[in-house]
Design a protein around this ligand. Structure first.
Ligand code: GLC
Length: 732
């Protein structure tokens, strides 16, 4: 009886919630419809324009939207302004307009705000979705406290090409994992109510396929079959849309010969019709105007027609809409219905943000003071940073350091660089970054620092003083890698190798005979074969943000046992790039004489997707299928035992890969279809279970239909994409 009452209460409360949502929807529709009836065509077009405020994140400068034009109600949004005081100034101008339609404020708040978090690719190495969602929540909370309503994140572009500098902003090469991370970041930013003052709108970018530019050259063309797009690049966009992302951003690149910003297949057919996306699409910086550079528009007028007709709702920075849409509607070259749809989408989001109720609801200076750069934001930053670190190599017992370690020779300017720890697209307060050098000193160990190499030209400098530092110390920790300016937008490289002189320095340090730990600080997969072969210990620390130093120290001393796994394959040489683990068998599968391989290089990468070591070791056993007591839609369950056979408690990312043995189209040799991060005390065993459903077995055909075919599948489970226990499963 009690259970019945409890169930009825649950049902009733769900009913009430559903009714509240419905009535809020009706209220929103009524309000916006009434408002639009009052709006002039000029005011409607004004809502479709976003201007830059404080700084430019693209070419042709920031046309700082004049407060006068805002006061005329001819601008709908401002980007690159933050801080309650600054935002209030712009909003007050909007309140002078005839209809007092509030502005919406956006900015690239990508990994933390004022308290810098690890770069997204580094955070993705944690394979900890709860933590990733929590990190996005903190980022959104801080940005909202600073007056913002909208961030241009998450970047969900899948990429196999580390020549492309923007891999640092995403979640790597895998569409399944990339989808999970996209959802976690959208949910973290938006919460379950956009009108809450600790949530902001997400913006899924860059739609679409931006991570696959030909030759790895930023902004370059993207060209692929629909089947390839649907299986390898589309999933994170789709998952983020289904997770309720409020906005999308069109990509700079042309996609199959049509610029994404004016691509009706992408923006209308796929996003708004097939996926029923109800939010709005903003162009990337100036990309409506850039339709002329793509040479698909003769002038701004034609650019405006093509973009708005394709479903591009809000124009960022370029002013093709502002200058031409009113005339184009009057000349009946653009229908008012198309304009109204875009305006309605934008006003709906402003309503959901609560900006009509209170245009200054995000402008609370006390909340800003209490929230931004709070101590708890540093705690979450450190926790994410620790879990982002990947132990690539451990071949002696120097790690983790003993608590009584007396002295360390700390070599390399990256160990002292606040700026480079922030990475690209950072909104961190650089001054609050704790470097590795500072954190080591804070631990009380004797730190003998030497520059080692000049970060400007990567040449070895003052080697004598480096040797002196080494001689005085028990162990050597050397930081090598990239500067923050080397990865990010417009940072494509033809060679992703770590500078030869940095690697030469490491070789010399190893020859001193002292124990050496190499820290690799970078924003992308890099090539460093000399160090990889010679160094006994290598930790990949990416760029970790404000708590970089403490997090690295916690790993070095074993306060946290590293658990990170690579979200992107690390190539062995440039010839292998682009490289990923989901390659096809081909008609001549490797290995073999007549096989898909090279004559001058192995096909295997330096480090595979999903790889990462621990101070302890994990044994996989007892892989089996469970075929009874299954849930609805579950074809089978996979069970595996994982045992911590080492000397330390630790976390392991148990990974499930599946291979479709025979299908109607060619399929990858394996695909990640599940993972679970488990925490195992030394000596303990845990049984991990995965469901096998259509979602794990199916794929997209060339018409973007998701299909599942019966037949044999190989199920693989392990701690990375190479070392896997296997078994067969047949879908009857
Ligand atoms: C930049 C980037 C995009 C960013 C936008 C606004 O060019 O491509 O990711 O959100 O402009 O700063």
């Amino acid at each position: 009886m009690k259970k019945m009452i409890f169930l009825c209460c649950i049902l009733y409360s769900n009913l009430i919630v559903a009714q509240n949502i419905k009535s809020k929807e009706r209220e929103k529709e009524r309000f916006v419809s009434g408002l639009m009836k009052k709006m002039t065509l000029e005011e409607k077009v004004g809502q479709l324009w976003q201007v830059a405020g404080g700084f430019a994140t693209g070419p042709n400068g920031s046309n700082i939207g004049s407060l006068k034009v805002i006061a005329q109600g001819r601008i709908g949004s401002v980007l690159n302004v933050s801080g309650v005081k600054n935002i209030r100034k712009y909003q007050e101008a909007a309140m002078q307009s005839r209809l007092k339609i509030p502005l919406v404020f956006g900015m690239d708040v990508i990994h933390g705000f004022r308290t810098g978090f690890p770069i997204p690719l580094g955070e993705a190495a944690s394979f900890d979705l709860d933590l990733i969602q929590k990190g996005a929540h903190w980022t959104g909370t801080a940005a909202a406290a600073a007056g913002l309503n909208w961030t241009f994140a998450p970047m969900v572009d899948i990429s196999w090409d580390a020549r492309w500098g923007r891999v640092l902003e995403g979640a790597g090469e895998d569409p399944f994992y990339g989808s999970q991370v996209a959802v976690a970041r959208v949910r973290g930013l938006q919460g379950d109510n956009l009108s809450n003052t600790n949530t902001i709108m997400a913006c899924v970018k860059h739609f679409a396929g931006y991570g696959a530019p030909i030759a790895g050259k930023d902004y370059n063309s993207v060209d692929m079959s629909m089947g390839h797009f649907a299986n390898f690049y589309m999933p994170p966009y789709k998952a983020a849309a289904e997770a309720g992302a409020a906005t999308f951003m069109s990509a700079f690149n042309d996609f199959n010969n049509i610029p994404s910003t004016a691509n009706p297949f992408l923006l209308r057919n796929l996003l708004k019709e097939k996926w029923h996306f109800k939010g709005f699409v903003v162009s990337d910086w100036g990309s409506v105007g850039e339709l002329m550079n793509h040479r698909v528009a003769a002038d701004k007028k034609e650019a405006a027609i093509k973009a708005i007709s394709a479903g591009l709702d809000m124009e960022m920075v370029s002013n093709c809409y502002f200058e031409n849409l009113v005339d184009l509607v009057k000349e009946k070259k653009v229908s008012i219905e198309v304009v109204d749809d875009a305006v309605q989408r934008i006003l709906y989001k402003k309503f959901e943000l609560g900006l009509f109720e209170d245009p200054f609801r995000y402008c609370d200076e006390n909340r800003e003071k209490e929230t931004v750069e709070s101590a708890s934001s540093r705690d979450i930053a450190r926790s994410i940073s620790e879990r982002s670190i990947v132990l690539l190599k451990k071949s002696d017992n120097i790690l983790p350091f003993q608590k009584d370690l007396k002295s360390i020779a700390l070599i390399g300017p990256l160990a002292k660089s606040k700026k480079d720890m922030c990475g690209a697209w950072s909104t961190a307060n650089v001054n609050n970054v704790i470097t590795l050098h500072e954190a080591m000193k804070n631990r009380g160990v004797q730190v003998n620092y030497a520059e080692g190499y000049d970060l400007g030209n990567n040449k070895i400098v003052n080697y004598d003083s480096t040797l002196l530092a080494v001689e005085k110390s028990d162990v050597v920790v050397v930081a090598i890698g990239e500067r923050a300016s080397e990865s990010g937008e417009m940072r494509s490289k033809t060679d992703i190798s770590i500078a030869a002189q940095q690697q030469e320095l490491v070789s010399r340090l190893i020859k001193t005979g002292k124990p050496v730990v190499v820290l690799l600080m970078c924003g992308r997969p890099v090539i460093f074969n000399e160090v990889r072969d010679q160094a006994p210990n290598i930790l990949l620390t990416w760029w970790l943000g404000s708590e970089a130093g403490p997090a690295i120290c916690n790993v070095l001393w074993g306060d946290y046992n590293p658990s990170g796994k690579l979200p992107m394959t690390f190539p062995r040489n440039m010839g292998q790039v682009p490289i990923n683990y989901q390659y096809k068998s081909t008609g001549r599968p490797y290995p073999g004489d007549w096989a898909a391989k090279y004559i001058d290089s192995p096909v295997e990468p330096a480090y595979p997707f999903g790889y990462g070591q621990s101070y302890t070791s994990f044994k996989y056993s007892n892989l089996k299928l469970i075929s009874d007591n299954l849930g609805k839609g579950v074809h089978a369950k996979v069970s595996v035992d994982v045992t911590n056979i080492g000397q330390y408690d630790g976390e392991e990312v148990v990974q499930l890969y599946i291979r479709d043995e025979a299908a109607s189209v060619t399929r990858p040799v394996k695909e990640l279809k599940g993972f679970q991060k488990i925490n195992l005390k030394k000596g303990m065993t845990q049984t991990v279970i995965f469901d096998i459903r259509d979602e794990e077995l199916g794929f997209y055909d060339n018409n973007i239909n998701f299909i599942v075919e019966k037949g044999d599948f190989t199920i693989m489970v392990g701690g990375d994409s190479e070392n896997l226990d296997k078994m067969l499963f047949s879908l009857k």
